[in-house]
Design a protein around this ligand. Structure first.
Ligand code: SF4
Length: 367
């Protein structure tokens, strides 16, 4: 692959080797005026990712290839200096989607070559690609839509036929997983100090987005009173994690039962890697009772059985249902309005944020 292609797919092994083989050291790239544009592009990659989509538009379409290529490792250093789990997930998803927008127009041979970098055994077929079923399962593991289930695919001699678009989608998921897995990097403090101004700007943007989410709120709904299991599931969903079906059902039914609208719940899932608004709307609508049956969230016993009970606290000891937890915690809060009066174990910690309009909570995923 030439420099132009590597700049389009900077997460590839060959791209990393290319950068590692350059005469300039990373210290020079982070401070030298000759690399100002690369650092500026790195910052824009992140700010765009925070806002939802990476494009080349803000710096013009004619960004030199080397600058575009170098901006990727610099962006990874910036993410690592900031070290925010939400940012990591949002950035990885935006980079993967940015790559997908190029993969869809890419030559078939290049697509297979990129697949090989991710150990995906695929070949060009008459209508799309043939991919070994083990690679298919690995790639589609994070996809929740039914069409991705292996049982819904035709298997021929161990291979699954998929369209070009689906193959690009599998690559997108592999890219997202690779980026997330490697971040944050272990970055020396001096690198972060060298880019302190850019880091400050990115942090401000991140905080602004979080504040926007906070301001939307949910009226009388009090996220601070959610049980720890729901806090964990919500934080995962808003961070772009694909929840298992049982977890998705528990979270959706809980939120609907405490008064959120179908639209609010649908929007909460729109950071998932395979978010499909129409399908999500249908599923949430169904749980809300569009077919005449509305569903209650599962009891604590069922939550435990399915591995969806996280971070039990003192209140959990005396309740049997997440909705009972919510009612009880609300009552405690009303009786003891001052936060300092809350039992230590029920105080939230950490941060949750996303683009669903759920108020910011303080949570740490302790599992
Ligand atoms: S005990 Fe019940 S309310 Fe508490 S975290 Fe587990 S499932 Fe949630």
């Amino acid at each position: 692959m030439d420099e132009a292609r590597l700049s389009e797919y900077p997460f590839l092994t060959k791209a990393a080797e290319y950068v590692a083989g350059m005469d300039s050291t990373i210290d020079e790239i982070l401070v030298s005026r000759g690399y100002d544009t690369a650092r500026s592009r790195a910052k824009s990659r992140l700010i765009q990712a925070i806002k939802g989509e990476i494009t080349k538009e803000d710096l013009g379409l004619n960004i030199p290839e080397l600058i575009e290529l170098l901006s990727y490792p610099i962006a990874r250093i910036l993410v690592s200096c900031i070290d925010d789990a939400f940012l990591v997930r949002r950035y990885a998803l935006a980079e993967a989607k940015f790559a997908n927008s190029k993969l869809e127009k890419e030559d078939d041979n290049i697509l297979t070559e990129i697949g090989r970098d991710f150990n995906i055994n695929a070949s060009i077929a008459e209508k799309g690609f043939k991919i070994h079923f083990t690679d298919y399962i690995r790639g589609a593991a994070g996809m929740r839509a039914l069409k991705w289930k292996l049982v819904n695919r035709r298997l021929e001699s161990g291979y699954v036929n998929i369209t070009r678009e689906q193959y690009a989608r599998l690559l997108q998921e592999a890219i997202r997983a690779r980026i997330i897995k490697a971040l944050p990097l272990d970055v020396p403090d001096m690198f972060c100090q060298a880019m302190a101004d850019d880091i400050k700007e990115i942090r401000t943007c991140l905080e602004e987005i979080k504040k926007e989410f906070d301001e939307e709120g949910f009226g009388e709904v009090e996220p601070g009173d959610f049980p720890p299991c729901i806090v964990h599931l919500l934080s995962s969903a808003q961070g772009g994690v694909n929840l298992a079906h049982s977890a998705r059902f528990a979270l959706t039914s809980f939120l609907l039962n405490i008064g959120l609208s179908v639209d609010q719940v649908v929007q909460m899932f729109n950071v998932s890697p395979d978010f499909n608004e129409e399908m999500t709307h249908y599923q949430v609508d169904h749980i809300a009772g569009s077919t005449g049956t509305s569903y209650k969230p599962p009891s604590c016993t069922t939550m435990i059985t399915y591995g969806n009970c996280y971070n039990k606290d003192e209140i959990c000891r005396n309740i049997g249902h997440p909705l009972s937890y919510y009612r009880k915690k609300k009552k405690i809060q009303q009786e003891k309005p001052a936060e300092s009066a809350m039992p230590e174990s029920t105080k939230p910690e950490g941060t949750i944020d996303g683009n669903s309009g759920v108020k910011k909570l303080d949570i740490k995923n302790k599992r």
